[in-house]
Ligand binder design. Structure first.
Ligand SMILES: Nc1ncnc2c1ncn2[C@@H]1O[C@H](COP(=O)(O)OP(=O)(O)OP(=O)(O)O)[C@@H](O)[C@H]1O
Ligand SMILES: [Mg+2]
Length: 334
């Protein structure tokens, strides 16, 4: 079964054609970093306009790459949220037009669950259910129990900023460019992550939730005070360690209390090179296996949307148009 996946929830227009939920035949993307960089964050109006300009060009390019005609597509999967409404609308209306024109089913897909499904597209045999999943992205931070590809329970979430947002803000204030996560990762390489002690949030009550606003404010104060001028590498390495400690402390606690044997990372921040090493040393329990998506599929892409759409289609669930722009409640089974 060939599924076209369309992703336009934020600032990447991304289309992909995937066979049977796993085999990526074509993957095309258009980026908007240069448009949003001067503002230090995504400008929703600009993002939507750029999606509208690029989406049909990208559709043709994706068909060419996969070397198929449009009528060979069996269904169209499209991100229905969460995301920027204007951006989502462009992708959704394009998908709906195709669905009507080609007489093929339209499958709305939750963006967060698509991120979490991505590692299973690659490690098809290795990743087992149930497992714990950590979603660390530009807009969200969740610790989730995944019981099957379509069954999830949120165990913890951020109470304020997303982890990726903290990376982007710090990078912006340091003049490192936008988006900031990749820039911080690069500049922190081989830095001494134990050099500076940053605050790591701990709640009074017994919770697995996260908070990044304290770390963000403390870091911005240190930047303003110019105390660590000239020591950028160690400064950023220490910041990264603190940010990941916030997440991994909860993961460790959960994994010790109720081990499931596997922990799957997803979302743009999972591309971080320090995290990929550090998580292995920090999560000490023997035998636990960690999975990360390939670097190019950590950030937004159409393949994860097409991949999850395949399972939704096979599950036989019908989707109603009015559900599409409600903020998807993925506590429920699809
Ligand atoms: N190597 C890296 N290290 C740390 N952060 C990174 C790295 N590469 C990308 N990021 C961060 O990942 C985020 C983008 O990821 P993603 O595309 O998954 O988020 P989004 O789609 O904007 O948000 P969401 O998925 O929550 O809706 C940005 O905050 C970016 O700075
Ligand atoms: Mg995303």
């Amino acid at each position: 079964m060939l599924i076209l996946g369309i992703e336009s929830s934020c600032d990447e227009t991304a289309l992909s054609i995937v066979r049977d939920g796993v085999e990526i035949l074509a993957d095309s993307r258009e980026f908007q970093d240069e448009i949003h960089a001067p503002f230090g964050g995504v400008v929703p109006e600009f993002a939507a306009r750029h999606h509208a300009e690029k989406i049909s060009i990208l559709f043709k390019r994706t068909l060419e790459k996969a070397n198929i005609e449009a009528d060979k597509i069996d269904a169209i999967g499209v991100t229905n949220g969460p995301g920027l409404v204007g951006s989502l609308l462009v992708g959704f209306m394009f998908a709906r037009g195709l669905s009507i024109g080609l007489s093929k089913p339209l499958i709305p897909v939750n963006h967060i669950l698509a991120h979490l499904y991505m590692p299973s597209m690659i490690f098809t045999k290795e990743i087992l259910y149930p497992h714990y999943a950590i979603l660390i992205s530009g807009g969200h931070t969740f610790l989730i129990r995944a019981d099957s590809i379509l069954n999830y329970e949120i165990l913890a979430k951020t109470r304020d900023d997303a982890i990726g947002e903290a990376f982007d803000k710090i990078a912006f204030f340091m003049g490192l460019g936008y988006p900031g996560g990749k820039a911080i990762d690069k500049r922190a390489l081989n830095g001494n992550c134990d050099r500076i002690v940053f605050p790591v949030t701990r709640f009074k009550e017994d919770t697995l939730d996260f908070s990044f606003s304290g770390l963000k404010t403390a870091t911005l104060e240190m930047i303003r005070s110019k105390k660590y001028d000239g020591q950028e590498k160690d400064f950023l390495a220490s910041f990264q360690k603190a940010a990941f400690d916030i997440v991994l402390n909860s993961v460790n606690k959960l994994n010790r209390e109720k081990p499931l044997g596997q922990i799957v990372f997803g979302g743009g921040v999972a591309a971080n090179s320090f995290l990929r090493d550090y998580a292995h040393s920090k999560i000490k329990d023997k035998g636990v296996k960690l999975f990360f998506p390939p670097l190019e599929y950590c950030t937004d892409n159409g393949a994860m949307v097409a991949g999850l759409a395949y399972h939704l289609l096979r599950s036989g669930k019908e989707f109603k148009a009015q559900d599409v722009f409600s903020r998807s409640d993925f506590r429920k089974t699809y």
